[in-house]
Design a protein around this ligand. Structure first.
Ligand SMILES: [Zn+2]
Length: 297
């Protein structure tokens, strides 16, 4: 490339963030447009907003304001290399699924990962676990999930109730991902080595945040308690009727986790916050989210 050539692609989508002795790296797996109609926004505080024109207003704002980013986090701890979720691979488009390229960019091979912590088992989080043949992409990794997730997805009713097409394919993807790691899977049982599970029910049964603590610093990786931060922090009663299994409970969880992050001064990261997603929650008239500025390690 000559100095005058225009760049045609971004550099690697990876950003390191230190939590005392732990280094957490946000890896950009995908960015795709998504409208409010997809989420079917639901405001439990106002019957008026839940339908008709007001619902349309919220949806329009979501469509205008939102693209869904799917970051994945890798966590370097002493003698451990942990992945949190696995991104969507190419499920939502052939140009997506940048996890492997971005792992390579930071010098990590799939076989280096020893643990994968799952926030939940939706397709944009399990898509990178298996290849096209249904085999485990991370051959040495133990898959850690919540018991309620396993029970929910293993219930034959979930597959039977899934409509044909994408919904059915996505349930089958989750089941094949669990099968590929069956011999190396573990149910969450309390905290271990600076990592502990935070129950976050609502989005799916067993939806789990992960609390990483080192020294006096703590980061909570929240998973999917927020999809549209531009709307859900302005209207914290907004749930998602399509993607939340229990949107009323998801709203309660959103408020609890954000309140905890603000009160305890935790750093927060989420799978659908804008890349690289590291943020602080703060109270100023209402609960707000403030992206962390760039900083060196
Ligand atoms: Zn998601």
């Amino acid at each position: 490339m000559t100095p005058s050539s225009k760049p045609t692609c971004q550099v690697a989508g990876a950003y390191h963030f230190a939590v005392a002795d732990i280094v957490v790296t946000a890896l950009n797996d995908a960015m795709f447009g998504c409208t409010g109609d997809f989420f079917r926004l639901r405001d439990r505080n106002s019957k008026k907003r839940a339908g008709g024109k007001a619902q349309g207003d919220l949806s329009d704002r979501a469509a205008a304001a939102n693209s869904q980013c799917v970051p994945v986090a890798s966590v370097h701890m002493s003698e451990r290399l942990v992945l949190v979720d696995s991104g969507c691979a190419s499920i939502f488009g052939p140009e997506l699924g940048l996890l492997q390229a971005n792992l390579a960019a930071i010098g990590v091979r799939p076989e280096d990962i020893d643990t994968i912590l799952m926030t939940h088992l939706h397709p944009d989080h399990v898509g990178g676990l298996v290849n096209g043949s249904g085999q485990a992409v991370f051959p040495n990794a133990e898959l850690v999930t919540h018991a309620d997730k396993q029970a929910y997805w293993s219930d034959p009713k979930v597959l039977a109730d899934a409509a044909e097409g994408h919904a059915r394919q996505w349930v089958q993807l989750t089941l094949s991902s669990l099968a590929a790691y069956r011999k190396r899977s573990r149910i969450v049982i309390g905290s271990k080595s600076g990592i502990s599970a935070v129950p976050e029910p609502g989005h799916t049964p067993g939806h789990t945040g992960w609390l990483l603590a080192s020294g006096t610093e703590t980061l909570v990786i929240c998973g999917d308690i927020v999809h549209l931060h531009g709307i859900q922090f302005v209207h914290p009663g907004t749930g998602m009727s399509i993607v939340d299994v229990d949107s009323a409970q998801a709203v309660v969880t959103h408020r609890r986790i954000v309140d905890m992050a603000a009160t305890d001064r935790l750093r927060a990261a989420g799978m659908h916050l804008d890349f690289p997603s590291f943020s602080r929650c703060a109270r100023w008239r209402s609960l707000r989210i403030c992206a962390e500025p760039w900083r060196s390690l």
